[in-house]
Design a protein around this ligand. Structure first.
Ligand SMILES: Cc1cc2nc3c(=O)[nH]c(=O)nc-3n(C[C@H](O)[C@H](O)[C@H](O)COP(=O)(O)OP(=O)(O)OC[C@H]3O[C@@H](n4cnc5c(N)ncnc54)[C@H](O)[C@@H]3O)c2cc1C
Length: 351
């Protein structure tokens, strides 16, 4: 259920291993809508283990360095990346679509007693499947089925982001990520090149000090101009003068009361299983690690209860630590000397 990052990976690897899949996604359009992400060492190791890195790598741009620029416009820190790549979400999913089972468009969930998979156009007995894989994202219904008390809570930070094309910016960035501290407290702009001339920009915002704009494109662009318009940096001015078509808001969220990621033959993956604060860049990377562990355990021949237990315990232990670290980063971002903190973000928790 769900054909986003973890669903697409499950689809590709299980199909390749000869399993017979039925894959639902509520919207093949939404699934492909176009932002992107940083692939970090843990995600890359997972893709390699799953044997799909060779298909994904051609769409990646290797990011060699991050430059941090402080509020006075000076370079405050520079960190070399060893193995970090940027990729657009669309390209990532496209790279995996080859050798995958075709998606069926439907919004599905498990019936209350779990006996049926119910969609707008489907009603299928759960027993027809050996396993039910919940990769249905941030508002997962499968998560709620396994953890009825689960709650999804907004945090005080969010990112406004989008994709632009600008030859000037692209040439200036080369293969570096730029990170600008915009205000003393909780406002920071990142500019990240993707392969083939596209650039992701993301404004990290502390909503306590800087508020929350409406989510329509005009309001978001007005907010960007209002918050960063005074910066004289030519990169920022070039961004503001480019044709900003796509805008998204990635609201920071945490999860409460999720105690299990697998029960009987039902498993959770990616955002259905855990939510990280954007600072960690772990959403996609940990979703990949989930799938890698699941496939490893599936191949190990362990009994289903043993396999499910190990999956749940191992993934919860690892991801809880990352969630915690992300929350600490958020607190520093919002409440402490930001110039100092900005020089760490988004150097994620895993080198
Ligand atoms: C605007 C935005 C920007 C982001 N930027 C980054 C970033 O820079 N770096 C990073 O690491 N992470 C980023 N993330 C997080 C990252 O996208 C997620 O962590 C990652 O996609 C998780 O993968 P997933 O498979 O769990 O969920 P998704 O990729 O979201 O996939 C879930 C899929 O399930 C489908 N679905 C949902 N409910 C149902 C249902 N009931 N029935 C059928 N289908 C359903 C959806 O259509 C979707 O295709 C961002 C998220 C957002 C929203």
């Amino acid at each position: 259920m769900g054909g986003g990052v973890s669903g697409a990976l499950l689809n590709r690897t299980l199909t390749e291993l000869g399993h017979d899949l039925t894959v639902f996604d509520k919207s093949s359009f939404q699934m492909r809508s176009g932002f992107g992400f940083l692939l970090l060492p843990n995600g890359i190791a997972g893709l390699k283990e799953l044997g799909v890195w060779k298909d994904v790598e051609p769409y990646c741009l290797r990011i060699r360095k991050v430059n941090f620029i402080n509020t006075s416009g000076d370079l405050s820190n520079q960190i070399d990346f060893e193995e970090v790549y940027s990729i657009s979400r669309f390209k990532f999913l496209e790279a995996l679509a080859n050798k995958s089972t075709e998606l069926i468009e439907d919004l599905v969930k498990l019936s209350e007693n779990g006996d049926f998979i119910v969609g707008e156009n489907h009603h299928i007995h759960s027993k027809s499947f050996d396993g039910i894989l919940g990769s249905d994202g941030v508002h997962s219904k499968t998560r709620k089925h396994l953890n009825p008390q689960a709650e999804n809570q907004d945090t005080a930070t969010y990112e406004v982001m989008g994709v632009v094309k600008s030859d000037f910016l692209y040439n200036m960035l080369g293969n570096e990520l730029h990170k600008y501290a915009i205000a003393e407290n909780g406002l920071s702009l990142g500019i990240l090149p993707l392969k083939d001339g596209e650039i992701i920009w993301y404004l990290q915002v502390n909503s306590i000090d800087h508020g929350t704009p409406k989510r329509d494109r005009e309001s978001l662009i007005a907010f960007l101009k209002e918050t960063v318009g005074d910066c004289e940096n030519p990169m920022i001015q070039a961004l503001l003068n480019s044709n900003i078509e796509t805008t998204y808001v990635w609201q920071g969220r945490t999860l409460k009361n999720v105690h299990t990621l697998a029960k009987d033959n039902i498993f959770l993956f990616g955002d259905a299983a855990h939510l990280f604060l954007p600072f960690t860049s772990q959403g996609t990377n940990s979703a990949i690690v989930d799938v890698a562990l699941f496939i490893q355990l599936l191949k190990s021949g362990k009994s289903l209860p043993e396999f499910a237990h190990q999956y749940s315990v191992e993934r919860l232990a690892e991801t809880n630590e990352l969630v915690k670290a992300g929350i600490e980063m958020m607190q520093e971002f919002c409440f402490t000397n930001f110039d100092e903190v900005a020089s760490k973000i988004p150097i994620t928790l895993l080198k």
